[in-house]
Design a protein around this ligand. Structure first.
Ligand code: NAI
Length: 338
């Protein structure tokens, strides 16, 4: 045996076959970077998702322990671990959804763009594996800088001839989750009743909350608008500073990633009316990628909604966001061109 994970997998075969016969259709989901700060709680929460029948946990370190641990949870999904590059293809083969939180996180004083040099190469390698082993899978890309890693993934898929823009989604859900929480605090509401569209991208000024379109309808003073916009844009930095060198958001990110992945799975199953914000290939602006509200379906992104009416504050924010985004997108595209 090459490792104890495979042995454990084969001893489970009878149990897996038995469940496959009588069980629900369920989706096959891989997490790449599954042993990390986001990866571990994300793996745990995906193991609890009733739409998942098979969960593949891949990382370059520590997957045996994480897999053994999570596999003891008495939920439906079967868990298998994969360790190191030589097991990447096995981890990806047959997957319906691939979630990627692999790569280094920020430390205090760093921007997301400072992560580019390391994470760009990691994302390229993982996406090459996806084109080869599960070219039809939906991809949820979490690794930062999302504004550049999504264009990198698109270029890798184009080169391989497997690019389907509807199936590549940059995860900006944490910005929405934060926006809902902070807006609810200001309005004195339950965050579950609040829905804030956040558009643009996933870094600093590219994160553009549309406070004029909050549901339920409400209004903010200029002071509240500035406070909320700034807090939503800097939510990640708030966590990086509080963790003081121990990483960036992991628990709230795992929550947001699962919320997003669950929406993707419901859409893949054929549920109607699944609408979320995501950073995708888009014609909503002149930029090739942009985050906005999208309707998800069996084929991934099936409709991209226009931004809707913006107020003056948001129009100014949009121009700033587009300027920075253009550079980040170009940086991603030219990385693969090299
Ligand atoms: P972490 O360092 O705790 O975990 C990253 C994991 O990736 C590690 O287990 C590491 O071994 C693994 N890894 C490294 N190279 C790999 C490779 N070639 N293949 C597979 N796995 C590999 O970092 P954390 O906190 O989990 O963050 C992960 C990424 O998510 C970072 O880039 C971070 O900036 C990003 N992030 C994105 C957010 C978003 O809203 N989209 C929010 C928070 C973080």
């Amino acid at each position: 045996p090459t490792n104890n994970l495979q042995m454990e997998g084969s001893s489970n075969l009878r149990w897996e076959n038995c469940r496959a016969k009588g069980g629900s259709p369920g989706f096959k989901v891989a997490i790449l970077g599954a042993a990390g700060g986001i990866g571990q709680p994300l793996a745990m929460l995906m193991k609890m998702n009733p739409l998942v029948s098979l969960l593949h946990l891949y990382d370059v370190v520590n997957t045996p322990g994480v897999t053994a641990d999570i596999s003891h949870m008495d939920t439906g999904a079967v868990v298998r671990g994969f360790l190191g590059q030589q097991q990447l293809e096995d981890a990806l083969t047959g997957m319906d959804l691939v979630i990627i939180p692999a790569g280094v996180p920020r430390k205090p004083g760093m921007t997301r763009d400072d992560l580019f040099n390391i994470n760009a190469g990691i994302v390229r390698t993982l996406c090459e594996g996806i084109s080869k082993c599960c070219p039809k899978a939906t991809v949820n890309l979490i690794s930062n800088p999302v504004n550049s890693t999504v264009p990198i993934a698109a270029e890798v898929f184009k080169k391989a001839g497997t690019y389907d823009p509807r199936r590549l989604l940059g995860v900006t859900m944490l910005d929405v989750v934060r926006a809902n929480t902070f807006v609810a605090e200001v309005l004195g509401l339950d965050p579950r009743d609040v829905d804030v569209p956040v558009v643009g991208g996933h870094a600093g000024v590219t994160i553009l909350p549309l406070l004029s379109q909050v549901k339920p309808p409400c209004s903010f003073t200029q002071e509240e608008t500035e406070y909320l916009t700034s807090r939503i844009q800097n939510g990640g930095t708030e966590v990086v500073e509080a963790k003081a060198g121990a990483g960036s958001a992991t628990l709230s990110m795992a929550y947001a990633a699962v919320k997003f992945a669950d929406a993707c799975l419901h859409a893949l199953r054929g549920d109607a009316g699944v609408i979320e914000c995501a950073f995708v290939s888009s014609q909503v602006t002149e930029l090739p990628f942009f985050a906005s509200r999208v309707r998800l379906g069996r084929n991934g992104v099936e409709e991209i909604y226009p931004l809707g009416p913006l107020n003056e504050y948001e129009r100014v924010g949009l121009e700033k966001a587009k300027k920075e985004l253009a550079g980040s997108i170009e940086k991603g595209i030219s990385f693969v061109g090299k």
